[in-house]
Design a protein around this ligand. Structure first.
Ligand code: B1M
Length: 209
């Protein structure tokens, strides 16, 4: 197995330490950081996303794989920046006001980073005004809203409404979270809905295309 294949496997199987060591070894051997991202990290997360979508793996495996990817990415980030590789798109993401769940939102953020988005993560319990301020400051291509509670779905609707009424430059809004579905997305005027983090990449790329 080549070094890139080993790194791919380490990420898919969630071996953070191995992923970091292999990424370091590859850098030391002169492999370009972009090659590591394009030929190991991104394909690994795509593979994990497919396996998750088709029920081959479940949330725990996806979380450890995401962590391994995050560790390898953290190691490469300064090298990518030094090489002048800037992300193609910008996204703002957060969990809506009243909601403290962030595991799914973090997964989406990591997957977006893996797909070459610059991601500004506003955290949890984010009021509409904070989303609007971030849109004005960073002019993202996509805004992602996450909600895990049925009781915070109205906050999601209110946030979409506030963004639309705020006079910010037009921005695509993508929503997700366990109680959310595409019908709700249509009802509240969101541009897209994704049931999981892997699909959130596909939909975000469709929205910015
Ligand atoms: Co909470 N909780 N929780 N909880 N919690 C749920 C959501 C619940 C379903 C449990 C249950 O009763 N069976 C229930 C909600 C019921 C409802 O609304 N109908 C519930 C409740 C009631 C509560 C509290 C009210 C409990 C209490 O205090 N009485 C409270 C609320 C706190 C608050 O938010 N204000 C609460 C608190 C907590 C903890 C803090 C203990 C903890 C959160 C820790 C954290 O996130 N840092 C927690 C947890 C862990 C859960 C469960 C067990 C797991 C959620 C999770 O992380 N899943 C959850 C039960 C369950 O879901 N089985 C539950 C894994 C995660 C990867 O999946 O977040 O769905 P998920 O994300 C998926 C997709 O939804 C999607 O992609 C992700 C990956 O594929 N997705 C997006 C998510 N965001 C997206 C955004 C996108 C696109 C896709 O685009 C932007």
């Amino acid at each position: 197995m080549t070094l890139l294949e080993q790194l791919f496997q380490a990420i898919v199987s969630g071996k953070s330490k191995d992923a970091k060591a292999l990424a370091q070894q590859a850098l030391t051997e002169g492999v370009r950081p972009t090659e590591l991202v394009d030929r190991a990290l991104v394909p690994a997360m795509a593979d994990v996303g497919e396996k998750f979508k088709t029920g081959v793996i479940f949330v725990p495996e996806m979380l450890v794989a995401a962590r391994a990817m995050k560790e390898a990415m953290a190691l490469l980030a300064p090298h990518l920046a030094a090489a002048g590789i800037s992300p193609k798109y910008t996204a703002v993401i957060g969990t809506v006001q009243g909601d403290l769940h962030d595991i799914g939102k973090n997964l989406v953020a990591i997957m977006w980073k893996g797909a070459n988005f610059r991601v500004l993560d506003l955290g949890t319990n984010v009021p509409a005004e904070k989303f609007i301020a971030a849109i004005k400051e960073h002019q993202p291509h996509v805004v992602g809203l996450s909600a895990l509670l049925t009781t915070t779905m109205p906050a999601m609707a209110a946030t979409v409404q506030a963004i639309r009424a705020s006079g910010t430059p037009p921005v695509k809004v993508l929503i997700g979270g366990a109680p959310i579905n595409s019908q709700f997305a249509r009802e509240i005027g969101a541009d897209g809905y994704a049931p999981d983090a892997a699909t959130a990449v596909d939909i975000a790329l469709q929205l910015v295309a």
